[in-house]
Design a protein around this ligand. Structure first.
Ligand SMILES: [Zn+2]
Length: 319
């Protein structure tokens, strides 16, 4: 997608830029119809008339839903909240490193906290694009690990050690939520929330659903990972004895958990699991959009990626 030099680079600029309905509409139109030809979503006609007062198009054929807006067919479609506000919220979610609360959103765009909460939830769902499976190639090994979210975040390392040494499999207690993460070294991460239990069967289903068969995978010695060698080449790290045995390690996923917990140490410790799921997803999105090869991805590009996922469109990054 061609970058418009007028486009914002910071949250402050985004708030100002998208407050102008013309800018918001132009952005959305360019994203949805990159060749500039607005197409009727019902019949595919390409010669609709733009109705300036309503900021909608009207198809020349007579059928239901003749009039359509740039929100049609997206997660924004049936919402009375204007595009201008939606775009600012996507910017906030895609670029706030420590997660964004519904209170901050309510304050920034001037909606009720209830509306802000609904917007957050909907955008989060939009960002959960499945994508392809991880791994598969000879240079793309995948590390898999689980962690506890919520409750006493600072004790996670200790509780993990405890369960490693004496675990039967039911230590997701203490009101904590278990999250499993799968990450390609130098690549993308996928996470899934397991709830309060770590059931072996569920874990295997998630791993098989997200990682290409045959991939070289690295886990710790937790017994729930036993049996994965039926579908993968499985390397096991013994955390209690050596942290790293050559190339067999789970440092990448451990680093992701650290990033996650840094945020959790602040605002998120006391909140409900539901908010935590959203936070985990947001952190996964940030992790996956941190760089393109060796080049750092800018906030503006990250916003474009988020928007393209939210409206279900694949986006190719500029070089
Ligand atoms: Zn039509």
């Amino acid at each position: 997608m061609e970058r418009n030099s007028k486009q914002p680079k910071t949250l402050q600029e985004a708030v100002v830029f998208f407050a102008d309905p013309n800018n918001a509409l132009a952005y959305m139109t360019e994203l949805r119809w990159p060749d500039g030809v607005v197409t009727c979503p019902t019949c595919g006609r390409k010669d609709g008339v733009f109705l300036h007062n309503q900021r909608k198009w009207q198809c020349k054929s007579t059928h239901a839903k003749r009039q359509f807006s740039a929100k049609v067919g997206t997660i924004f479609e049936d919402s009375p909240i204007p595009l201008e506000k939606w775009l600012v919220v996507v910017w906030m979610i895609s670029n706030c490193k420590n997660g964004v609360s519904s209170y901050e959103i309510a304050r920034t765009i001037g909606v009720t906290q209830k509306s802000a909460w609904f917007m957050l939830h909907r955008i989060r769902l939009g960002l959960q694009t499945s994508g392809g499976k991880l791994g598969g190639g000879p240079d793309s090994e995948v590390e898999i690990d689980e962690t506890y979210i919520g409750g006493k975040a600072r004790n996670m390392h200790r509780s993990k050690r405890e369960r490693l040494s004496r675990d039967g499999g039911m230590q997701g207690g203490h009101g904590k939520t278990v999250v499993i993460g799968m990450v390609e070294r130098e690549g993308k991460i996928k996470t899934a929330v397991l709830g309060h239990k770590r059931e072996k069967k569920t874990m295997h289903q998630i791993i098989e659903g997200n990682v290409m068969p045959g991939t070289w995978i690295h886990t710790d010695e937790f017994s729930n990972y036993d049996g994965l060698s039926n579908n993968f080449t499985h390397f096991v790290v013994n955390h209690l004895e050596h942290y790293v045995q050559g190339n067999v390690h789970t440092n990448t996923i451990e680093n992701f958990w650290s990033l996650l917990k840094r945020g959790l140490g602040g605002t998120y410790v006391a909140v409900e699991p539901f908010h935590l799921f959203r936070y985990v997803d947001e952190q996964g999105f940030l992790f996956n959009t941190r760089k393109d090869g060796t080049r750092k991805i800018s906030d503006s590009e990250r916003f474009d990626i988020a928007m393209s996922q939210v409206i279900g469109k694949r986006l190719t990054l500029p070089n």
